[in-house]
Design a protein around this ligand. Structure first.
Ligand SMILES: [Zn+2]
Length: 383
């Protein structure tokens, strides 16, 4: 389970002068023995350069001992549990008794970094693509609050007030009083649910909200939401709060999420298209986007899901291009890569930009990549 509670301590960790080893290693979807062996081999070869730091006498003794402990801890991590497919991000500073592992849903490049702080940028860039949805299901007496994140659904709060009864059985003079009381109780109940949601929202517990229940109750509940929460409503759905199962909640919530993401992806691509047409800071197509990535100009990169393209990269200065023998910036020979889009994605993440993979049919199909830019591009040198 990946959550803010898990991420925050990593982002905020202070090693107080000691090195932190951050390691990212991909885990194939197929959990066969062959793959397991392969993950172990890659993990070990990633750790090799870190092992040799143990003998680096420019580091003080405490740092070297800590790194030695990190290597042992990281190598052992794989044997302790079965890693889910995707990417494992591991962070270790053994002298400070710090070790964290996070499973990421999307593969990025294997790598290891030793620095004074955890190397969290790739992890945050991957997680940034996924919304965290709070799902609230309520009628005037019951409420269930669920959390949907990285396809995992978890119930986080529920309230069932037995004192509340529908006024249907009452009639005559008594009816007015019961209805009135029931209305008051419903109001109090909704306010309490809103309080729970507001607290969760302010703690960073979610960024989008889905509301389920009977149609008229959903409508009246939304009236109770303060603006900061109402703006987060991604969708609503009809369900009976009394009888809804976890399976019902999942189906409804995933469908709201899917529609929301589709809208968001279309919006991003449409925004790029509009900006390109108006010659504002945006670009379509690999040729321009590779140059934009080279000069760290990309704020948000939109990548057509599943597209790959061979190209070349200069490892000295990060120049990327579809073709060429020598780097256009420094003249050194370039490295050929089977997928230059992947190089672009990594470089955008390293520069603190965000990356969105576009799954739905948009104009991006014709361009493979598009980008919103931080600044107008300098002229591209001839390759
Ligand atoms: Zn170069």
């Amino acid at each position: 389970m990946t959550s803010h509670a898990q991420i925050d301590p990593i982002v905020q960790f202070g090693a107080e002068g000691l090195p932190v080893v951050s390691l990212y290693v991909g885990v194939e979807p197929d959990g066969s023995l062959k793959n397991e062996g392969e993950v172990r081999t890659r993990l070990n070869s990633l750790l090799d350069p870190v092992r040799s730091m143990d003998k680096d006498h420019s580091l003080d003794r405490e740092a070297r001992l800590s790194i030695r402990g990190d290597v042992e801890r990281l190598a052992r991590a794989y044997t302790e549990e079965r890693w889910p497919a995707g990417m494992m991000a591991l962070f270790s500073c053994s002298a400070r008794n710090f070790f964290e592992e996070v499973s990421l849903p999307r593969s990025i490049r294997d790598r290891v970094v030793v620095d004074s702080t955890p190397w969290v940028r790739p992890m945050l860039a991957v997680l940034d693509e996924y919304h965290r949805m709070c799902v609230v299901i309520t009628d005037d007496a019951i409420a269930q609050v669920w959390d949907l994140y990285l396809r995992e659904l978890r119930e986080v709060w529920q309230s069932r007030d037995p004192a509340l009864r529908k006024p249907d059985y009452a009639y005559g003079r008594a009816e007015y009083g019961v209805r009135n009381k029931s209305g008051e109780l419903a109001k109090r109940h909704y306010r309490r649910v809103v309080e729970v949601l507001t607290d969760r929202f302010r703690d960073g517990g979610f960024d989008v909200l889905a509301v389920g229940g009977h149609q008229h109750e959903v409508a009246s509940f939304i009236e109770y939401l303060p603006r900061e929460l109402r703006e987060r409503v991604a969708g609503t759905f009809t369900v009976d709060a009394n009888t809804a199962t976890a399976g019902d909640v999942r189906r409804a919530a995933e469908s709201v999420m899917e529609q929301y993401e589709q809208q968001e992806e279309r919006g991003l691509v449409a925004g790029i298209a509009e900006a390109v047409a108006e010659r504002r800071r945006a670009a379509f197509g690999l040729d321009t986007c590779l140059w934009a990535g080279t000069v760290s100009a990309i704020e948000t990169l939109a990548v057509e899901e599943g597209v790959e393209q061979p190209g070349v990269v200069c490892d000295r200065d990060g120049w990327m291009s579809l073709a060429g023998e020598a780097c256009a910036l420094c003249g050194e020979p370039v490295r050929a890569t089977t997928d230059v889009i992947d190089e672009l994605v990594e470089s955008v993440m390293d520069d603190g930009g965000s990356v969105r993979h576009i799954r739905f049919d948009t104009e991006l199909r014709d361009h493979a990549v598009g980008a919103r830019l931080r600044f107008p591009l300098p002229e591209k040198p001839a390759a």
